[in-house]
Design a protein around this ligand. Sequence first.
Ligand code: SUG
Length: 455
Amino acid sequence: MNTATISNVQEVNFDGLVGPTHNYSGLAMGNVASMSHGGLVSSPKEGALQGLLKMKSLMDAGYAQGVLPPQQRPDIGALRDLGFSGSNREVLACAAKEAPQLLRAVCSASSMWTANAGTITPSMDSPDTRVHFTPANLQSSFHRYLEPQTTGRVLQAIFRDERHFAHHPVLPATPAFSDEGAANHTRLCGEYGEPGVHLFVYGRQAFGDVRSGEREPKRYPARQTLEASQAVARQHGLTVSQTVFAQQHPDAIDAGVFHNDVIAVGNGPVLLYHEMAFLDEEGTLEELRAKMATPLIPVRVPVEAVSMEDAVASYLFNSQLLSNPDGTMTLVVPGECQEREAVWRTIQDYLLAGNNPISEVMVKDVKQSMRNGGGPACLRLRVALSEAERAALTGRVLLTDALYDDLTAWVNRHYRDRLAPDDLADPQLAEESLVALDELTQLLKIGPVYPFQLG
Ligand code: SUG
C-alpha cells in the first residue's frame, strides 16, 4: 500500500557518524585528499563533533536529518580471516608488526561516508511502491570492502518494516560489478513525491565491446561499472524510461574525481555540474530532458570559472543541495570553498546570482572528513520518505535536540582527541570502541548490528 502523496514526501539526509578510529592512512587510491594526508594525526572527537554540528544546523534550519552509526573497527575478524590468530591483543600486535598496511585498513572509519552505503529508490518510483535498498559492495578497496555486511544489517534494522522497505543483496564483490552506491546515483524530479528519473554515472564498462567514443581513465581506477549500475536498477524494478546511464569523464577521474558526487550534485529538477563531469554532456542532458516529467534545470560550471584542481580541492560539487518550502534551494558547501577565490566568486557571482533556484549558501566545517576526501555530500545518504514511511522507521535515528545532546555527550565520553598512525595498534583503542558502540546501539535503539553483538 503506498500512502505517499506529492506533498508529504520529504528528503531525509542520513549522515554517518564519524567513528572512534577515524585516522589518516592514505588508503584511498585516486582520492587526492586521502593520498596526500596519509600519516597525519587525526582527531576522532573533533571529526565526530563537526559531523554532529552539521547535522544539527541543518535540522535547526528545518531540514529532515537522520543519523547512521559507524562500524566496528578495528575489524579484528577481518584480520583473523587473513590468518592472524590468538587473543585480540595478539592479533593486533602481530598485524602491526607483520602487516601494518592491513592493520591500517581494518581501522578505517570510512563508513562515515554514507553516500557510499548503498543505492536507494524511493517508493514513488518502484513497481511495488516500497523503498528499495542495495548496499554497495565497495569492492574497489580492501578497507571499504569490509563495510557492506554491517551496512546491510544497519539498513535492515532501521528500515525494518517490510510493508514499506525492501532490501536487496549486495552485488557480487568482483571488479565487473564494482559498486560505490549513491555517490554515483542522482534522482531528478519535480517535487520529491512526483516520479523521478534516475541518473546512474559509471566510470567503466566491464563486459562486451566498449561503445565507440567511450574511454577509460589512465591514472586512477574507475570505481563504478555500468554493469553494477544496471544491476541495481534491475533489482529495484526501474524501467528504461526511468533511467539514464552516463559515463563519467575519464579525464575527471584522472584529476581525482573518484565519484560522480565530487563533480555533480542534483536535487529536484536541478543538476549542478562541472563541464568535465560527463563524457557525453549533451547526450546525457538530452536523455534526461526526454525522460523527465518536469523541465530539467541544468546549472553548468565551465572550466574557465572553476578549474579541475579547484573543483577537487574545494569540493564545491560535493555540496548538499537542499529544497526549501518556497521553491528555492540552499547549497551547503565545505569551508574549503571559501579558501579558493575562484570557487567562492563562482558561488557568489554565478550560482547565487544566476537564473536558478539556488538562493543561499551555508558553509560547514567538516575538515576532519575533508582530509580523507569526504565533503558534506559524502557524509549523507539521501532517502526520500513519505510521512507513513518516516513513521515506520525503527529506532531513534531522526535527529532531535535531545538526540543531538545525547550523541554529543556520547562522543565527548568515548572519543580520543588525537590519533596518530602508531596508536592504531593500541589494544585499548579497540576496547574503547566496542564499549562506545555498544552504548550507541542502545542510545539509537536499533538493536544488535555489530559482529561483537551477534556472537
Ligand atoms: O572512498 N576515503 C573515501 C572517501 C569517500 C567519499 N565519498 C563520496 N565521494 N561520496 C573513499 O575514497 C579514505 C580513508 C582512509 O584513508 O582511511 C577513504 O576511504
